[in-house]
Design a protein around this ligand. Structure first.
Ligand code: B1M
Length: 217
């Protein structure tokens, strides 16, 4: 099987909710030296967006969404050591506090950004999902972070990003950190409107921007 076929099979396994098939083929992809970033972009992101479309059309229900989410997480877990290996050897570029905002449980994109930041050489403090604004502020203080990275996947929860920025201002930390936002419903215009410093359409974009901020691009 060629590289494209393996990537296609992983994507199909996600769409058809087959965790074993997905993980077997991820293993095969790594054995064939397919870069983990390509597995994510061509299989995970595309597969998940097909699942999302099926959910919207009423072909899939919440239970299918949950299984697809679990498969996505398992794949990222399998790729994590490969991404970390690269980052561990690098000089640390800076500290990033990352989380999915309050009310939002979607954490696959956020985990991906966190893993890729680590592999790029950042120290990452991952606050998880459903993170209230105060937690972001507290983590910036405790860890003396220089970047705050927020993810949101729901149109309603992306509004929380503004609250985090407001809390950073109240705590007089806004000038000390750069803020980057991302996630499916977020746009550059929205990021500008809430006063974020950066917007990443994809995880790769996000990492590129963070690297630019620390003069490492
Ligand atoms: Co939900 N969900 N979900 N879901 N889910 C979406 C987001 C949805 C678009 C599906 C749909 O209807 N088409 C829709 C949102 C509609 C909207 O508001 N616009 C939706 C809904 C409605 C819901 C519920 C409300 C369903 C319900 O209960 N009736 C519910 C809400 C729960 C909550 O959060 N409070 C819900 C629940 C769930 C599960 C928990 C079951 C599960 C998540 C499991 C998990 O994450 N642990 C789930 C899933 C799996 C999805 C879909 C199918 C896949 C999301 C995903 O992981 N994608 C999703 C459909 C879709 O996105 N098309 C959907 C893969 C991931 C790699 O992509 O996170 O977008 P993504 O990250 C991208 C970029 O956005 C970017 O980088 C990544 C790629 O490079 N990025 C950043 C992300 N964060 C970034 C940060 C950055 C930079 C880039 O800098 C900081």
């Amino acid at each position: 099987m060629g590289s494209q076929d393996i990537l296609e099979t992983i994507k199909d396994c996600i769409v058809n909710l087959d965790p074993n098939g997905a993980l077997e083929n991820v293993k095969k992809a790594l054995e064939n030296n397919i870069p983990p970033t390509e597995i994510v972009a061509k299989s995970v992101v595309e597969g998940m967006s097909i699942v999302g479309e099926k959910f919207e059309k009423g072909e899939y229900f919440l239970s299918e969404l949950i299984v697809a989410g679990e498969i996505g997480k398992e794949i990222l877990k399998a790729l994590d050591p490969y991404l970390k290996q690269v980052g561990a050897k690098m000089k640390k570029l800076g500290k990033v506090v990352i989380g999915t905002v309050r009310g939002d449980l979607h954490d696959i994109g956020k985990n991906l950004v966190a893993m890729m930041l680590e592999s790029a050489g950042f120290e990452v403090i991952d606050l998880g999902a459903d993170v209230p604004p105060e937690k972001f502020v507290e983590a910036v203080k405790i860890h003396d972070a220089n970047i705050v990275a927020m993810s949101a996947l729901l149109t309603v929860t992306m509004l929380e990003m503004k609250n985090v920025i407001e809390e950073l201002k109240k705590a007089e930390l806004r000038d000390k950190v750069k803020v980057i936002v991302g996630g499916a419903p977020v746009t550059k215009e929205y990021a500008n409107s809430i006063g974020a410093d950066g917007y990443g359409e994809t995880a790769v974009d996000g990492i590129r921007i963070c690297k630019q901020w620390v003069g490492a691009s």
